[in-house]
Design a protein around this ligand. Structure first.
Ligand SMILES: C[C@@](CO)(OP(=O)(O)O)[C@H](O)COP(=O)(O)OP(=O)(O)OC[C@H]1O[C@@H](n2ccc(N)nc2=O)[C@H](O)[C@@H]1O
Ligand SMILES: Nc1ncnc2c1ncn2[C@@H]1O[C@H](COP(=O)(O)OP(=O)(O)O)[C@@H](O)[C@H]1O
Length: 275
């Protein structure tokens, strides 16, 4: 059995630069990853697929799980595989700006490559990832990176491993396409220079305003996170609604997590760290 954590992706900053003629937007984003994620378990078997975990119900209406799309694409375009039994332990909220589906797809591609004896950095895997979604190449790469293009062009940047992170989601799913569609068309300039945290702190998430217009609860989360002692940076990730706070130390992060647990029954929260 192969087990892999499909780690949540964060956009420490996300600048939207232009609308493209293909329906996507040109972006610049600082991708980072946290320890927390979904768990994918795969073993040779009878072709069964099961979803368990706190957010399994969020995928009940999903006709074509990204895990199965990734598996199918691998079999069709790269190499045959024996029938597989797959279990996805869905620990990340669905459609929430932390790329759970993209991370699951990338983890499945990596497992398929492993089973077929193909290197994890094979360009053919990245081509499949690119076809599955804008965030899937970054999740397959799995390391901090500046993403450009529609997010698929990646340049590695040095990590800030171990930085304590609190993830908070107000319990409202937000559709990525709708958030991009509400972007006001103003190019507010590139990502700031500097190391990962410096660059992030001096940059923005241009999707925050359109996401807050759809889900005002995002604003409540951000105000609350920013007011917690020891917070270095509080921001929304991706197209929302999950927000994150980077903390100076893990005690401050744990304290804030405890307060969310005790006072905000509708908010999902995970205490974790940058990889
Ligand atoms: C906003 C980001 C930031 O990392 O993350 P999430 O909020 O999804 O986590 C990503 O760009 C999302 O990537 P992903 O979730 O893979 O989206 P895709 O399936 O490629 O695209 C879904 C839809 O979002 C819009 N889209 C996506 C990416 C992009 N650069 N421009 C866009 O306009 C398009 O309308 C597209 O049809
Ligand atoms: N394994 C999966 N996990 C999450 N979402 C999935 C999965 N497979 C398909 N989807 C679909 O992909 C969409 C985006 O999911 P997700 O990656 O969680 O969003 P985001 O990148 O905004 O966090 C969801 O609306 C869901 O219907």
């Amino acid at each position: 059995m192969i087990e892999r954590i499909a780690r949540a992706k964060l956009n420490l900053a996300l600048h939207v630069r232009a609308r493209r003629s293909d329906g996507y937007h040109a972006i610049e984003t600082l991708f980072a990853f946290v320890e927390h994620g979904d768990v994918l378990r795969v073993a040779p078997g009878a072709g069964r697929f099961a979803v368990t975990g706190a957010f399994a119900a969020g995928l009940d209406a999903e006709p074509d799980n990204l895990v199965l799309r990734a598996e199918r694409a691998f079999r069709d375009r790269i190499a045959p595989l024996p029938p597989l039994d797959i279990t996805l332990d869905k620990r990340l909220p669905v459609a929430s700006g932390i790329g759970g589906g993209s991370a699951d797809a990338a983890a499945m591609l990596a497992i398929c490559a492993d089973l077929a004896g193909i290197e994890g950095d094979d360009p053919r895997l990245f081509a499949l990832a690119d076809a599955l979604g804008s965030d899937v190449p970054a999740c397959l790469f799995g390391r901090n990176a500046l993403g450009t293009g529609r997010g698929e062009r990646l340049t590695e940047i040095a990590a800030a491993s171990g930085t304590p992170v609190l993830l908070v989601n107000p319990g409202v799913p937000v559709a990525t396409a709708e958030v991009f569609a509400r972007w006001d068309g103003t190019d507010r300039g590139p990502i700031a220079p500097g190391d990962l945290i410096e660059a992030a702190a001096a940059s923005r998430n241009d999707l925050e305003a359109p996401a807050r217009a759809i889900a005002p609860a995002i604003g409540e989360v951000l105000v609350w996170l920013a007011s917690q002692p020891g917070v270095r940076l509080a921001r929304m990730s991706g197209s929302g609604a999950t927000c994150f706070a980077l903390f100076d130390d893990s005690a401050a992060c744990s304290k804030a997590a405890g307060i969310v647990g005790a006072t905000q029954p509708g908010w999902w929260c995970a205490e974790t760290a940058l990889t």
